[in-house]
Design a protein around this ligand. Structure first.
Ligand code: GLC
Length: 400
């Protein structure tokens, strides 16, 4: 344990990507919330926008570059044993060597990995540096989410290798053989700023604006929402959809598909493809309803919490972490948003119309959702859970 007033615990976080994915945004918020008892440093396997976001909040960042083809290899490819996977593996050897040297030189007390690739590539450096390894798992380790062979490997290693395994939700924890703690990604204080004023402005019957926030990807379900909007516009001709986000991790083809579907369904005047917005608060505040439509079970779903703290009514797919976010016995037995089966455009449409036709009931749910999220998901909590895990694996003896 770190003695109060003693030297801070040195935590080295490894992440393979410097794109701003969900786990990376969660990392930035968590780093900003850590107390003086932790000295955090981040080592990325690629350069990109995450670096600036971390440096802005005073976190030191190192980059040890991995071959770009390995950084961007998708989970499907990584799960198959093909010649390109093998070449990829060979190409990681010099990288691993550089990583080992850097980890040793930085002398952290704990090595914390926050993406699947970093979990795997962090094993050797942490072992050779004789530092405890903490896996922070942001993906459901399940065959409906990852290729079967990868699931078996990750589960097998999870049992034997890391000193601790942290899951980002109970839904993720259920897919792992051992879990030390659940650390929900938290919202940052600035995400709540101005929410009360926006709520007051939205009282009464808000404009029928539907908002969807997240990168464009088949795993997020923009296509289903566009299809749902066709039905919504038939019933509410002034309804609009604002799709906030851009394709990342190679989903440009999917973005083109979404655009083509908007046109095919005659919705060009009803859909705004807004693109990436660094701070989606204003987009959430102007919406009558936020839709979260992941057709595959989402490990957590930070956008859901983001909408909750702004008091925006929610329609979301009933799967993965989203279900536990919207279920809070302390706020009554009814879910805090309308839940629909994954991948069902007509069910999404029906739920959106329910919100638009009954704004009073939607507002009541949204206010309960807001109270619940403010209580359960502040990022200070995430920081405390992680600090406790790091402290416990760093050994019971006071450090010299
Ligand atoms: C990953 C998951 C997402 C989760 C985020 C933060 O991006 O896909 O569900 O919200 O990590 O834990």
């Amino acid at each position: 344990m770190t003695a109060p007033g003693g030297p801070p615990l040195r935590v080295l976080v490894l992440d393979h990507t410097a794109e701003l994915g969900g786990a990376e945004l969660a990392l930035v918020r968590t780093c900003a919330a850590l107390g003086p008892e932790v000295d955090v440093r981040v080592l990325l396997f690629a350069d990109g926008p995450l670096r600036a976001r971390l440096e802005e909040i005073g976190v030191r960042v190192d980059v040890v570059a991995l071959a770009p083809s390995v950084v961007t290899a998708d989970r499907e490819r990584a799960g198959r044993l093909s010649p390109s996977t093998l070449t990829g593996a060979l190409r990681t050897l010099p990288f691993l060597w550089r990583l080992v040297r850097r980890v040793r030189a930085l002398r952290p007390d704990v090595v914390h990995t926050t993406s699947l690739k970093a979990d795997l590539l962090g094993i050797v450096p942490a072992a050779l540096a004789r530092r405890p390894l903490v896996w922070h798992v942001h993906d459901r380790i399940a065959p409906d989410y990852l290729p079967g062979p990868l699931v078996r490997v990750v589960r097998g290693l999870a049992r034997r290798i890391p000193a601790a395994v942290v899951a980002n939700s109970r839904a993720t924890a259920e897919t792992l053989p051992v879990v030390t703690a659940v650390a929900y990604p938290g919202f940052a204080p600035e995400q709540v700023v101005g929410a009360e004023r926006a709520l007051a402005a939205r009282s009464g019957a808000p404009e029928p604006v539907v908002v969807m926030v997240g990168r464009l990807s088949p795993t997020k379900g923009q296509l289903e929402v566009v299809r749902a909007l066709r039905t919504v516009v038939d019933a509410v001709p002034t309804a609009r959809l604002r799709v906030v986000g851009e394709p990342a991790f190679g989903a440009e083809d999917y973005a083109a598909l979404v655009r083509a579907e908007v046109t095919r369904l005659g919705l060009d005047d009803h859909v705004d493809l807004v693109g990436f917005v660094p701070d989606p608060r204003a987009e959430l505040d102007r919406a009558a309803v936020c839709v979260h439509a992941s057709p595959v079970p989402e490990p957590f779903g930070q956008v859901v919490v983001e909408a909750m703290v702004r008091g925006v009514p929610l329609v979301a797919t009933r799967a993965g972490g989203v279900e536990e976010i919207l279920d809070d016995p302390e706020e009554g037995r009814d879910p805090l948003g309308l839940l629909v089966p994954p991948g069902d455009a007509e069910a999404i449409a029906a739920a959106l119309l329910d919100v638009l036709h009954d704004p009073a009931a939607a507002r009541d749910r949204a206010l309960r959702a807001r109270a619940s999220a403010l209580r359960r998901f502040p990022v200070g909590r995430t920081a405390r859970v992680l600090t406790d895990v790091w402290t416990s694996v760093s050994g019971p003896a006071p450090r010299a």
